[in-house]
Structures are given as C-alpha cells and as structure tokens.
Design a protein. Sequence first.
Length: 324
Amino acid sequence: MALVAGVCVAAIVGVVGVGPVTSAIGCAWQQVTGGGSCTTSSITGPVGASADDGDRRDAERDTRGNRRDDARGDRPSDEDPGTPPEGGTEGSDAYPGGLGPGVPGTTVPGGQQPPPWTPPDQGAGPYAGEDPSIRDRATLAAAEAAANALSGTWPDAARNLLHFLGNSGETYEQDVDSMLESSSALTEAVDAQQLNLAALAVEQARAAGATGPMTFPVNTPWNGVYITKDDSANWFYALGGISYNQTGSVTVTPPASPGEPWTYTTTTQVNIRDRYNWDGGKSTRIGPLTITDEQLARLHRVGLAQEFTAVGTSSTQNSSGEVP
C-alpha cells in the first residue's frame, strides 16, 4: 500500500479546520438524507466542526504497520514473462550490486531503464465491479473538496488525490526533485547508495588492475524508503512509502601516488515507483461523520475513482569523493 491511511481527507482536518471538507460532506449528506440541494457557497463556506484528534493519532499509528509492505519493492509475478502485472512497469534488468561491466575511460553508453516493478500489495480490489450508491457520491464530493482545499499547503498530496478522483487510472508523473529536496529519508538513502556504488566500483577496478579511470554503468535493484509526516508532510500524504532506484554511471580513478585514496564521480538519476491505493483500515471523524479508507477504496470498486501507478525520474544527480 503506497498511500498513507486517512491521507488527504484526514490531513485536511489539521490544515483548514475541516471547513471545506465538512461543508462538502454536510452538503452531500443533505442530499442523501433528503435535506435539499446545495450551493457552491455552502460547499466552500466555513464550518465550526473539529476533527477527532484520537482518530488522527490512530491513523498515523496504524500506518506503521504498512511500512514493511511499502518497502518491499518489486516481487515475483505470476504473469507471463515480459508482461508487467496490473499496476506494474516494464524495464531493464538491474545489475548485480547495481553495477554493470566496467570499461576503461570516463564514459559508458547511457539510456538505462529502471528494472521492472511490481506493486507490493493488491489495493482495493477489482475496478468498477459494483454499482455506486448516493452515499458513494457523497464521499466523492467530500474528497474533492478536501483535495482542492489542500492544494496550497500540500500540493503533491492534493494533486495525487485529485488524479485518483479523476478516475482515469493513468500512470502519473511525480516530482522526484521535490521529493529529494523535501525528504531527508530519501536523500540519505540515495547518498548512502551512491557511496556503496563507489566503493564497489573501486573494488572491481582494483581487481581488474586498472591504471587509469574506469567507468561502470549503474542500474540498481528497487529499494524501499518510507517518508514520514515529520520528514515531509506533503510527500507523506502524497505517497508515504515508495520504491526507488538509480540509473547512470560511476567513474573511479586510481591515485597518482601509492597510498593515496581513489577518487570517484557518480552521475545518476533517481527513479521512483508506487501504487496509489487505499487498502488500510483507518478512519477519521469529521463532525458527526466518519470518513474511512474503506469508503475511499470503495470509490475504486464502484468506478467513481481509480487507483494508479506513480512514477518519476529526477534531474541528473552528481556526487564525488574519495574511497580509501
């Protein structure tokens, strides 16, 4: 499960005092219960209700149980070879340890594609296999109001929720540069991986007896990282746990004098994958009503919204240093 439970509908409670969300729910609820029609002003006007803090804490606590799933990366599939499973993506095989065969010099052919990726969970179930109810449409109205109200505070969280509610199911590009700028968890994971790649490249160049620069192509296996609310609230609510890999190259150069360290330069791009879905058991209470993950998951099952695969590639990341 990629999306943090209670994501945008729960999150908006703490951002705007649930005004737009509660108004939309109440407006839709009036229609469900025969209370009459609603106007645009009644949807966007403030309401004095407040969220139940206990439900929000429960939602955050329950997300911890999903971290193992989010960090699993890709897994074997029962599909035919070469055909990605539903929600998965195609790609090129990762190199052992992330490094391909080294060649003398400072360049290697580029254009590596990330490895094939499989979603780590099954999501909400089949799309549009059930008929929508009036209550489902009330949930849809509430979620749309939440996403629009959230857009100025957590733009990527709002953007992803609106894409889910837009019901296309199309693969959706993510701003990986923004993730790297906002999330220390992702940045630290990427930096550590680059250091490991440099050390492995030096080890292999030494074993090959390199006397000058040697360059290795890079295509790492998928790894998992979890972006917490404290790390980046925007990306916590937008995706939460993601799979990431790096493609590019690393060049290592032996020292000019014996006993000095080797030097390295990495030139890579960070790629991410995630499946945006709702399969948790969390909820948030807004005024007299409760919005649950199950209600949002049901929007997928009744065909009013649709899960999608989140993908993205960063700009080129450069690093350099020494390896003893």
